[in-house]
Ligand binder design. Structure first.
Ligand SMILES: [Zn+2]
Length: 290
């Protein structure tokens, strides 16, 4: 991916080095009943799988990236931080233009880089969860050690694959800005668990499609794509698909509990956005076949 020298965003908040818990002194890895209740309420409000939410709140059973001692040193101007700022700026430019073309104004989100754990309006964010978007404060959260995990556990490397991860979370912000998330959450409340879950999948696949839309326009404006980039993003979409994650976790796949969509679906919708570059192509809610 070609990005060096492009504009960097000012909307990145670097919370690394402010103490593992972002200065809030969090208890690490403890799941109390309070956490469970908050997870259930949170998942109802924000449409997140309760297990994911629980993971988010407790650090979960995964392999939490716990850092002891002084937080990861790193001048805030290292290559990876500049990369994140540049990708965020690119999404701001693309979505700003696309919204303006429709007579709307895009309000860019803040992207918070943290290590270990940090406070969010959706509860305590933990590295183990992977990057996420919190609709309540409209911020995107990422612990950059997730990129190492992507490479080590899923064999996904490449900067464009890393950019795709950010673009997906930005896709959730776009849904929020367009009022889609709100409608979906209202509809989920009136639905059975099964239907609610199916709606979450559509929301996730649409975020993938929006990531593709971003890549299309970023490439048109700034020529960011290099050979092999799309393949690496597709590999990321495939590796982080719920079926792949579930298979890794317990050896079987349970389609009804999917919240992100299958690997194949994720790749298809990312591609769809990437090929057409149009928001209209991302209507995952009115398609029969995901
Ligand atoms: Zn998502």
């Amino acid at each position: 991916m070609k990005w060096e020298g492009n504009r960097e965003s000012d909307n990145v908040e670097d919370r690394r080095g402010s103490g593992g818990g972002g200065g809030f002194g969090l208890g690490r890895g403890s799941i109390g009943i309070g956490t469970v209740v908050i997870a259930l309420i949170g998942s109802a409000v924000f449409g997140v799988n309760p297990l994911t939410m629980l993971n988010l709140l407790s650090g979960g059973g995964g392999s939490p990236v716990v850092q002891q001692g002084p937080p990861q040193a790193g001048p805030a101007n290292d290559r990876q931080t500049r990369f994140v700022r540049t990708v965020l700026a690119d999404t701001e430019d693309v979505w700003g233009k696309l919204f303006a073309a429709k007579g709307a104004t895009y309000q860019p989100p803040k992207l918070v880089i943290f290590s270990d754990a940090t406070r969010t309006a959706c509860g305590t964010g933990q590295s183990a969860t992977g990057p996420f978007y919190c609709p309540a404060d409209q911020d995107v959260y990422i612990d950059l050690s997730f990129y190492t995990l992507m490479q080590e556990r899923f064999g996904v490397s490449g900067e464009f694959a890393q950019a795709y991860v950010i673009a997906h979370e930005i896709g959730h912000h776009v849904q929020n800005q367009l009022g889609i998330s709100e409608k979906v959450h209202a509809a989920r409340e009136r639905s059975s668990e099964r239907d609610a879950n199916a709606m979450s999948v559509r929301l996730e696949l649409q975020a993938d499609c929006f990531a593709g839309v971003w890549a299309f326009h970023g490439n048109q404006a700034r020529g960011i794509l290099e050979q092999g980039d799309v393949a690496s993003a597709l590999k990321a979409a495939s590796a982080i698909g719920d079926d792949a994650l579930q298979r890794q976790a317990r050896g079987t796949v349970v389609p009804d509990s999917f919240t992100h969509g299958s690997s194949e679906q994720r790749m298809r919708w990312f591609n769809k956005g990437l090929e057409a570059g149009q928001i209209e192509q991302c209507n995952t809610f009115e398609t029969r076949q995901l």
